[in-house]
Design a protein around this ligand. Structure first.
Ligand SMILES: Cc1ncc(COP(=O)(O)O)c(C=O)c1O
Length: 340
């Protein structure tokens, strides 16, 4: 048995999810005729207290559309320096939307009103026009650190006062809500566009949803087509998303407990220099200088466990739907017995 902890995207649909997929009523979504896609979009918009939604193949696409509808070419997006939209989307912001970015340090990726305030460009022809504040919750590069809704409220109020739009990369928003106890429906008050992923902790095989305010819905639908995301009988996949939202949100807390146990175990190991705080389902740790990520992955791979090299010195482990307590025990036992 291989234990795959590289990402929460590696999960396979459960039998019950597959049943829901096969039973889906479908139609051609480009003609607006897929009832299951519509149901998913309406469900997501309602859940987040937003007006509209567009179902897309990936979180990269929902982020890229979100930024695109909120900006004009030559605008600037303000975000954390390790934000997924900037660091891990292939330069799409620049290519797709022709915008620049202002990169902030943040506190484990959580940017503050003060930092944003200090980085809004003056209305001067020399500078790009500051247009959007983009947050990520949870912050993947910072081991799934979490914004609380109160902090988001402050940032949103400030952004509005400066005529900045708000985008959220909520690839793991439900992990954040699980950790904070905040309400999903409050998010709609603070953002213009929100991307949520169904294919990460929620365990759907594919799919992300961009929820947005009405004023951006038409352009979002248009860009969905332009970016090649307009699909046909996508209801089979949307059904997996609906199933995931109905059945897999409540169990995310288990993933967090297991991640914390792995983090605590790693903290004890002589080959580990430091472990980032574990707030949700992501563990990132730094190895001592004599142990490279490649060596660590090779050794753990001998025990049929997969993790991810996250930098020249760091490893990432992500817990998920297909990782249970038996696998947790094996992982912890293995980490305890590795020698370098
Ligand atoms: C925070 C975050 N945003 C966006 C994405 C992009 O999602 P996708 O892989 O579906 O394009 C990811 C993917 O892991 C992510 O971690």
């Amino acid at each position: 048995m291989i234990i795959d902890l590289r990402s929460d995207t590696v999960t396979k649909p459960t039998p019950a999810m597959k049943d829901a997929m096969f039973a889906a009523e479908v139609g051609d979504d480009v003609f607006g005729e897929d009832p299951t896609v519509k149901q998913l979009e309406e469900k997501c918009a309602a859940l987040l207290g937003m007006d509209a939604a567009v179902y897309c193949p990936s979180g990269t696409m929902t982020n890229q559309i979100g930024i695109n509808v909120l900006t004009q070419p030559y605008d600037e997006v303000i975000c954390y320096k390790g934000a997924h939209i900037y660091k891990y989307e292939g330069g799409g912001l620049m290519g797709n939307s022709h915008v620049s970015v202002k990169l902030l340090q943040g506190d484990r990726g959580r940017i503050s009103v003060d930092e944003i305030a200090a980085n809004i460009n003056n209305d001067d022809q020399h500078y790009p026009h500051s247009a959007v504040v983009a947050l990520e919750n949870t912050v993947v590069r910072e081991a799934g650190s979490v914004y609380k809704i109160n902090d988001i409220e402050k940032i949103a109020a400030f952004a509005r006062s400066k005529n900045l739009c708000m985008h959220l990369d909520g690839a793991r928003l439900f992990n954040a809500l699980t950790a904070t106890g905040d309400r999903a429906a409050d998010y709609g008050k603070y953002f213009d566009t929100i991307s949520i992923c169904l294919s990460k902790g929620l365990g759907a095989p594919v799919g992300s949803v961009l929820v947005c305010k009405n004023e951006f819905a038409r352009k979002a639908r248009r860009m969905h087509k332009v970016f090649g995301g307009a699909w046909r009988q996508a209801g089979y996949l949307a059904a997996a998303g609906i199933y995931a939202l109905d059945h897999h949100v409540g169990r995310l807390a288990e993933d967090h407990v297991r991640a914390k146990k792995i983090g605590a175990c790693l903290q004890q190991q002589s080959y580990v220099k430091s472990v980032m705080p574990v707030d949700t389902n992501i563990v990132i740790f730094e190895l001592i200088s004599t142990v490279t990520p490649a060596l660590f992955l090779e050794k753990i791979g001998e025990h049929h466990i997969k993790a991810l090299a996250f930098s020249a010195t760091e490893i990432r482990i992500v817990t998920h739907l297909d990782f249970d307590d038996v696998m947790l025990e094996r992982t912890i036992n293995t980490c305890n017995k590795l020698r370098f």
